[in-house]
Design a protein around this ligand. Structure first.
Ligand SMILES: Cc1cn([C@H]2C[C@H](O)[C@@H](COP(=O)(O)OP(=O)(O)OP(=O)(O)O)O2)c(=O)[nH]c1=O
Length: 189
């Protein structure tokens, strides 16, 4: 059985897009970047922690558990989910008129195997004035989203250019996830 260790409705929706049957497990893992830890390593480590926490939570010896993490990275700084409205506005100010990376990692783990995919996209934001930022922050859409925006929502209009994976920016890169799951299928045969 396939499990998705995530509380994110977006990830659920994106995994449904792949067309596989799965169950959702709620996991809560600390997201704290280590001193000197690279953004890519951090995102990958957190995704793996989520998958492993999910595996520990299910009493299924044949479980394949997916865990994923998405972060926005600008100038080597990791922008997670904003703490409050001021934090959201500050992130949007920083992203304005610049290109940032969105890193999404996916891990699949079983009792005897672990494998992963990393997806890096580049997103260029339009130049945003204070009023645009205030109006967007007031929609409350930034909350619960890395970098304080949602490409799949009103935040889509802030994105001038995307190079990479739309689903990856949204939280679960469907191409990479399908490729990862195919490798697990292959192992079973
Ligand atoms: C950049 C961006 C992020 N996001 C979301 C995807 C993720 O849900 C969230 C990043 O936080 P994550 O910590 O990756 O995930 P989460 O806490 O929402 O869910 P989980 O239970 O799996 O840990 O930001 C969007 O929905 N749209 C976007 O454009």
């Amino acid at each position: 059985m396939l499990y998705l260790a995530s509380q994110s409705p977006r990830r659920r929706q994106l995994l449904e897009q792949i067309g596989v049957a799965f169950q959702v497990i709620d996991v809560e893992v600390p997201e704290v970047r280590g001193a000197g830890e690279s953004p890519r390593h951090y995102v990958s480590r957190v995704a793996r922690d989520k998958a492993l926490a999910g595996l520990a939570a299910v009493a299924d010896p044949h479980a394949v558990v997916l865990g994923s993490d998405t972060e926005v990275v600008l100038d080597d700084e990791v922008f997670g989910k904003p703490a409050d409205a001021a934090d959201a506005a500050a992130m949007l100010h920083r992203l304005s008129g610049r290109t940032h990376e969105v890193i999404s990692a996916v891990w699949a783990v079983t009792a005897d195997h672990q494998d992963s995919e990393l997806c890096v996209s580049r997103v260029r934001f339009a130049k945003l004035d204070d009023a645009t930022i205030a109006t967007y922050a007031a929609t409350r859409e930034p909350f619960g989203k890395a970098g304080a925006y949602a490409i799949q929502g009103r935040g889509g209009v802030l994105v001038e250019h995307l190079e990479g994976s739309y689903s990856g920016v949204m939280g679960l890169p469907v191409f990479e996830t399908a490729r990862l799951l195919a490798r697990f299928e292959h192992r079973r045969r």
